[in-house]
Ligand binder design. Structure first.
Ligand code: UDP
Length: 333
């Protein structure tokens, strides 16, 4: 029996989801975007049909799976602001965990048993200075990370009880934009380093600052593992293909294994844009660990994942191209 090529992408109108829809389409799949458009952008849905709905609406998800003969699901729909999750944990547990339970119910009802789940490096919490391997998970330090960690536990149990196979992909710092310049990082409010730096250069952010220069790192600023969103999308494709070939799945880091400090990133931003950053320093942001770098070897060994466009200059160049491009306003709403 030939397998359907339709893949349900929850949160497909968001930053990472949209890049995955493009990658799916280029690989011959049909991405069916399922998004409530609360933070996603209608204009990012370009590679397949859009179903406007919320994953907490089990019936609507089940109907979408049946109507489009969905072969597998990629699940991105979630809230993802760490600071907000500390102040309003209920929002995160209800939406992220509750929404996922609803999605899984719909999948089981329709006999759809393959899932690629958008997890996060936040499942590790403050895991120390060495590159972090998958076994270190289970100590998240905020409700966002905890919600994703809880979902990973649920997926483990569903794998053994219901044979619902899943990959949990733990992203480190997703960044960059598709080279087409048609999709990229755009949130309101924006909290991430690279888009905020670009927005500061464009005059859209007036209070840009380095959050802490007193960390125990070579230049005093925090070190992160930055991975290009196009590489992330490629990893999702590898995971999907493995599931469709019968893999039971597992949990893997998506990072490069190399860390860059905030100052190093900003130096590259200045070099690639030819503009001077306003280099004000403020106090550390609550909960920011000094160093978070992935050990990426398991994803390489198990999925064959090798980042190819995650050098920091390529990331910054692509992000700057996106931020400079003159998009019609409706594309971003
Ligand atoms: N950061 C910063 N200024 C900003 C935004 C972020 O100095 O305007 C720092 C932040 O404190 C962290 C690093 O940049 O050390 C990466 O932060 P981001 O929010 O991009 O990702 P996170 O690692 O928190 O997921």
């Amino acid at each position: 029996m030939s397998q359907s090529r339709a893949i349900l992408v929850t949160g497909g109108a968001g930053y990472i989801g949209a890049h995955c829809c493009k990658a799916l389409s280029e690989a011959g799949y049909i991405p069916v975007c399922f998004d409530n458009l609360s933070t996603g952008h209608r204009g990012f849905v370009k590679w397949g049909p859009l179903v406007v709905g919320d994953v907490s609406d089990t019936q609507r998800v089940a109907d979408a799976i049946a109507t489009h003969e969905v072969a597998a699901v990629m699940h991105f729909a979630a809230f993802s602001q760490v600071g907000e999750s500390v102040g309003d944990p209920q929002k995160y547990y209800v939406n992220n965990l509750g929404g996922t339970l609803s999605l899984l119910k719909a999948m089981l009802e329709r006999g759809c048993t393959k899932l690629v789940f958008s997890s996060t490096g936040a499942v590790y919490g403050d895991a120390g200075r060495d590159p972090i391997a998958e076994g270190a998970a289970g100590a998240p330090v905020n409700p966002y990370g905890t919600s994703k960690w809880m979902i990973e536990q649920v997926l483990k149990d569903y794998r053994s009880a219901y044979r619902l196979n899943s990959f949990c992909l733990r992203y480190f710092n997703a960044c960059g934009a598709d080279p087409s310049g048609t999709i990229g990082e755009f949130r309101d409010p924006e909290t991430h380093l690279i888009p905020r730096a670009m927005m500061a250069l464009q005059g859209h952010v007036g209070d840009f600052a380095i959050f802490g220069d007193d960390f125990d790192t070579p230049d005093g600023t925090a070190i992160r593992d930055y991975i290009h969103v196009v590489d992330l999308a490629a990893a999702h494709l590898l995971a999907l293909n493995a599931l469709l070939e019968g893999s039971p799945g597992g949990s893997f880091n998506l990072g490069t294994g190399s860390g860059y400090s905030v100052r190093q990133v900003l130096t590259v931003v200045e070099r690639e844009t030819g503009l001077k950053m306003p280099l004000v320093t403020k106090a550390r942001r609550a909960g920011d660990p000094p160093i978070l770098v992935a050990d990426p070897s398991a994803a390489r060994g198990n999925l064959g994942f090798v980042p190819i466009c995650s050098d920091i200059a390529t990331i910054v160049k692509s992000a700057w191209a996106w931020h400079q491009s003159a998009h019609p306003k409706e594309q971003r709403v």
